[in-house]
Design a protein around this ligand. Structure first.
Ligand code: 6PG
Length: 475
């Protein structure tokens, strides 16, 4: 590529050339878009220019020079850590940008911040899009799932570049305009909430097979690789199989056994739970997965509790092969129930926040590129194709039949886990979600009565409409 590396002609500029920003920009360059990069650190700019040398790319560690490279009206994307860094980049940019220019925040920002930023920038004539990008480093480089929110006119300006660089499934790009304002970041947040729950469920299946059945890493590798060939297939299952096969180059031991059981988090799972609580949508599998990450880091407390609360694991006495089959079926049901919770949250958020979400399109763009991509999403997409306004996937007869067909495995795996003493919080809360959701009667009549008893909060009745109060002290 002999093009001049200067001139105000580059179609998109990226601020932040860390691994995600650099990879996404190189991906765009691969698709023949002239793009420019900026990073305060000249070494990162040079690394990007070197890697993109065969493409039409440019870059600078001087913000004014970088802005000068961009075609007007400008499109500036940023991939910087969520929070204060985003505001500080926006503030710096404001002295260079002009009305009609577009800023895209492609990080995992809190959707509430995105709404504030979008409104404030729009008042200054600057377009702003909050855009979720999923797929990690490789996804960014070779095709992520992209969830752009904001004004549709803004999306139209960058649609060709986003469609070209997104993952493709059966020829369809894994990107669509998600909705106005913070819709893109909200949907990415729920994607991550689902991600937390799926990861927790898989880790519980690992515990059941490792400490319960006594399977070794080679056997675990095989189990997850087998599962990934069938209905459970998906990215998280695929990498799980690979993880169990990996050796630590230093110690030559299995790497998984050298990794501490304390999982970090950046907050998107917690935000999903918070939003679900704010919108009164039950997402117990996600909530408990956040809680289990919090419990996982209490390593020191757990080692004290180990001696205070001794109880050896009860050994498994059944047929291992048969249990692994049941576990596969239980995991499948659980995963369907996790997607049900996440999609139900999106359905409520759509009307509450005025996002106008197209749930079929969201399932479609999650089939490729993103961390929660899985075969299951094709079925989910088909449900919303049939019934776009469905409040919960479990209200679709065909979808709920699949869950019903697997529910006894889920129940028996949960029972066995309790018997052995293996913690399976996500499996248990997912099963309880199922049992509660399909129960027309719940014991919450008692809670109504208790509230009215101690606080005169009133209650509703089954035989009459209205609210009622009883003087409970009267006998
Ligand atoms: C993705 C990932 C990505 C990131 C998570 C990790 O979709 O590509 O979800 O966004 O890896 O932020 O989140 P935690 O650090 O909270 O686990």
């Amino acid at each position: 590529m002999k093009a001049e590396k200067t001139g105000s002609r580059f179609e998109l500029g990226m601020i932040g050339l860390g691994v995600m920003g650099r990879n996404l920009l190189l991906n765009m360059a691969d698709h023949s878009f002239p793009v420019a990069g900026y990073d305060r650190d000249p070494a990162k700019v040079n690394a990007f220019l070197k890697e993109g040398a065969s493409h039409d790319v440019s870059g600078s560690s001087d913000l004014a020079a970088f802005i000068g490279l961009l075609k007007k009206p400008r499109a500036v994307m940023m991939l910087v850590p969520a929070g204060l860094a985003v505001d500080s980049v926006i503030n710096e940019l404001l002295s260079f940008l002009e009305p009609g220019d577009l800023i895209i925040d492609a990080g995992n920002s809190d959707y509430k911040d995105t709404d504030i930023r979008e409104k404030a920038l729009y008042a200054k004539g600057i377009w702003f899009m909050g855009m979720g990008v999923s797929g990690g480093e490789k996804g960014a480089r070779y095709g992520p799932s992209i969830m752009p929110g904001g004004r549709p006119e803004a999306y139209e300006r960058v649609r060709p570049i986003l469609e070209a660089s997104s993952a493709k499934v059966k020829g369809e790009p894994c990107v669509t305009h998600i909705g106005p304002g913070s819709a893109g970041h909200f949907v990415k947040m729920v994607h991550n909430g689902i991600e937390y729950a799926l990861m927790q469920l898989i880790s519980e299946s690992y515990d059941l097979m490792k400490r319960g059945l006594g399977l070794g890493n080679r056997e675990l590798e095989q189990v997850y690789k087998d599962w990934n060939k069938k209905e459970l297939s998906g990215y998280l299952m695929e990498i799980t199989g690979e993880i169990f096969g990996r050796k630590d180059p230093e110690t030559k031991k299995d790497l998984i056994d050298e990794i501490k059981g304390a999982a970090a988090q950046k907050g998107t799972g917690m935000w999903t739970s918070e939003s679900a609580m704010e919108l009164s949508v039950p997402t117990p599998s996600i909530d408990v997965s956040v809680a289990m990450r919090n419990l996982s880091v209490l390593h020191d407390e757990r080692s004290i509790a180990k001696s205070n609360l001794p109880r050896p694991l009860v050994s498994f006495s059944g047929d291992c092969g048969e249990f692994v089959k049941r576990l596969e079926s239980a995991l499948y049901a659980s995963m369907l129930l996790v997607y049900s919770q996440g999609m139900a949250l999106l359905s409520v958020a759509s009307s509450h926040h005025g996002y106008g979400l197209d749930l079929e399109a969201i399932a479609r763009i999650w089939r490729g590129g993103c961390i929660i991509r899985a075969t299951i999403l094709e079925d989910i997409r088909n449900v919303y194709r049939r019934s776009p306004a469905l409040p919960n996937l479990l209200l679709d007869p065909a979808f709920s039949k699949i869950v019903a067909d697997h529910q006894e495995s889920l129940r028996s795996v949960a029972t066995e886990a309790i018997r052995m003493g293996i913690p399976v919080s996500a499996i248990l809360s997912t099963l309880s979600y199922l049992d509660a959701y399909r129960s027309e009667w719940l014991p919450s009549n008692l809670i109504q009565a208790q509230r009215d008893f101690f606080g005169s909060h009133t209650y509703e009745r089954i035989d009459r409409t209205g609210v009622f109060h009883t003087d409970w002290d009267e006998s």
